[in-house]
Design a protein around this ligand. Structure first.
Ligand code: GDP
Length: 323
């Protein structure tokens, strides 16, 4: 039985990855941080199948202990402060949780289980002010937020541990990936949740920031398969994971509102509090390397994804009203 250790297992990606690995027969260890109000919403169905370990990304001793106890074949480092907008008001916390914590995790693996395969969750936010379009593995980084800067550190320290210590360490440069489990502060989920509430008469408007931003949005369930595939290869390497299609925030609004026969122009208000100090205008990924070497393909299109998220939010909001 293969053993996997996942950090960030209660998050969107961690929960999909845990389900995927459990189905493959893995023993899954999940790292959880002690909080006074734990949130297991994303892992409700599989909570009892996960071996829970207590630890904190910023406490290397706890990570060493987690690796020692779990003796993993594969480590997926998904935990971080993951919301771009929150990285300006909390740049140092973001640096600790999103950058330095990667070295903590790599050190824990190097010291306790150096032959474990390691996956680092890198991000298209590293491309920031894009230096070429579409962006691929060789495109230079130009991050535009404390979050993006922290992710660049995480990416390069992963590459460095591979080259310095011959560790099987991979960095997945994932473009935006969404699902009904996406946090409500991210733009896709903010929109699909608002559409459900407006449709059900519980909300009257939606305050938004920059509608011209362009993103390459895919389905998180498809993207966690790419993480696993990277660790099944002969050699460790870095891969861009994306759909190769780009849509604006305005198109996202149009797609979500029109699905329930509403016009977004009747509800959306531009509010400067959601405009960022520095913006990433466009992200578009070239994932040909992943397609060719990993045989990875997306299964859900942008439209299918947004419709599925609206359906799920309608169902959830309706159920909440019953209580
Ligand atoms: P990011 O690409 O990781 O920052 O993912 P987000 O979902 O947070 O934001 C995607 C894009 O949507 C960014 O360019 C934001 O500036 C833009 N955007 C426009 N209005 C909003 C909003 O109200 N909330 C969020 N989160 N993003 C918005």
């Amino acid at each position: 039985m293969k053993r996997a250790l996942i950090t960030g297992v209660t998050g969107q990606d961690g929960s999909y990855l845990a389900e995927f690995l459990l189905e493959k027969g893995y023993k899954v260890y999940g790292l959880r941080r002690r909080t006074s109000t734990p949130n297991y919403e994303n892992v409700q169905k599989i909570k009892d199948q996960i071996e829970w370990l207590s630890g904190d990304l910023t406490d290397m001793a706890s990570l060493m202990e987690a690796v020692r106890v779990s003796q993993p074949d594969e480590v997926y480092n998904l935990a971080a402060q993951s919301y771009v907008a929150a990285s300006w008001p909390q740049p140092l916390a973001t640096g600790h949780m999103t950058a330095i914590s990667v070295t903590n995790m790599l050190e824990a693996v190097r010291l306790m289980k150096p032959d474990a395969k390691y996956y680092q969750a890198s991000s298209s936010e590293m491309f920031g002010k894009v230096q070429e379009t579409p962006q691929r593995e060789t495109t230079p980084f130009y991050p535009r937020s404390p979050y993006g800067v922290a992710k660049v550190y995480g990416h390069w320290i992963t590459v460095n541990y591979r080259e310095s210590f011959n560790m099987f360490a991979c960095s997945g440069i994932l473009f935006n990936h969404e699902s009904p489990r996406r946090g409500l502060e991210f733009v896709t989920r903010k929109v699909t949740d608002a559409v459900a509430r407006i449709k059900l008469g519980l909300q009257t408007d939606l305050k938004m920031g920059n509608l011209d931003a362009l993103r390459d949005w895919g389905f998180a369930g498809d993207y966690v398969k790419a993480m696993w595939l990277m660790l099944q290869q002969e050699e460790p390497d870095d891969y861009v994971i994306a759909t190769g299609e780009m849509h604006s925030v305005r198109e996202l609004l149009e797609t979500a509102f029109s699905y329930v026969d509403l016009n977004y122009r009747d509800y959306v208000i531009i509010d400067s509090q959601f405009v960022r100090p520095a913006e990433v205008d466009l992200l578009l990924g070239d994932c040909n390397k992943a397609k060719e070497r990993l045989g990875w393909e997306i299964e859900l299109s942008f439209k299918q994804l947004i419709h599925m998220m609206v359906d799920e939010d309608l169902r959830r909001v309706q159920a909440e009203q019953k209580y």
